[in-house]
Design a protein around this ligand. Structure first.
Ligand SMILES: [Zn+2]
Length: 266
């Protein structure tokens, strides 16, 4: 009797152990396959692949503002001996000497946000205010051109904060204090990574006015992806050209826009 009980107890212990080990193995195997299936594009901000810290504090990042002006308030040379992005050797010979320190490659109609080619190395959703639904089309166009998921899903949400580093990529309407601004995109980046972008469309012009909102949305998302402005007039037909005239519509990326984004995300 005693011996039988012992054997039963032993059998139970062994069975439970085998079962638990088996389950644990199955579970870890499952996690392993899950991990393998994921590419860097699938990661959200708080679950990162090795070595990349997504939640960087703002003081470690560079914040840049890309401002798109209406042409009637086109910025002219400020003659301060610094060749700025809005200036070029043809229009501003004092500031931009031919072959000078200008970092825009003037013979190819695309430019990047930074010399280290900062871009999105993971995919994040974005939030757009009512009336800015074209954001979804813009995102599809840039994602398709780059052949990768630069941007995640769009969610409609109102009362967004522009220019605030809050782990939320926002697309909103608001009044930018400077005159003649169509749109402005703030991008936070460091090294090869972009951490956040916020896009604002000025209520002086949008949603109802003389300039095409969809065209400006497509342009601003180019900045959000890591593309820079073009100010050389030879690049006037590109979506990333820095000015937009009244009634001008550019809702398709040009070959140069596509070449640029492909180079960035290759
Ligand atoms: Zn721009």
């Amino acid at each position: 009797m005693k011996k039988t009980r012992l054997i039963t107890l032993f059998t139970v212990i062994v069975s439970v152990t085998v079962l638990s080990v088996g389950m644990a193995m199955a579970l870890s195997l499952n996690q392993e396959t899950e991990k393998e299936k994921r590419t860097v594009e699938n990661y959200k901000r708080d679950e990162m692949p090795n070595g990349i810290i997504k939640n960087k504090p703002e003081n470690e990042l560079t914040k840049v503002l890309f401002i798109r002006y209406a042409p009637d308030v086109k910025m002219v040379c400020d003659n301060d001996n610094v060749c700025e992005k809005k200036e070029n050797p043809k229009s501003c010979p004092n500031d931009c000497k031919q072959g000078g320190d200008k970092d825009q490659i003037t013979n190819s109609c695309y430019d990047f946000l930074s010399k280290s080619k900062s871009k999105w190395n993971w995919t994040e959703d974005y939030y757009y205010e009512t009336g800015l639904e074209y954001s979804n089309n813009s995102v599809t166009k840039w994602n398709n051109a780059a052949q990768t998921m630069i941007f995640g899903d769009g969610n409609n949400e109102d009362n967004l904060d522009w220019g605030v580093y809050d782990n939320k990529n926002s697309i909103s309407l608001g009044n930018y204090p400077e005159e003649g601004v169509l749109g402005v995109t703030a991008v936070w980046y460091q090294g090869k990574n972009i951490y956040e972008y916020d896009i604002l469309f000025d209520t002086d012009y949008f949603p109802f006015g003389s300039h095409d909102l969809d065209t400006v949305i497509l342009h601003e998302f180019g900045h959000a992806a890591g593309m820079g402005d073009l100010y050389d007039t030879t690049c006037i037909s590109e979506v990333m050209y820095g000015y937009l005239g009244e009634g001008e519509v550019k809702t398709d990326l040009t070959d140069n826009d596509i070449t640029g984004i492909k180079k960035l995300y290759k």
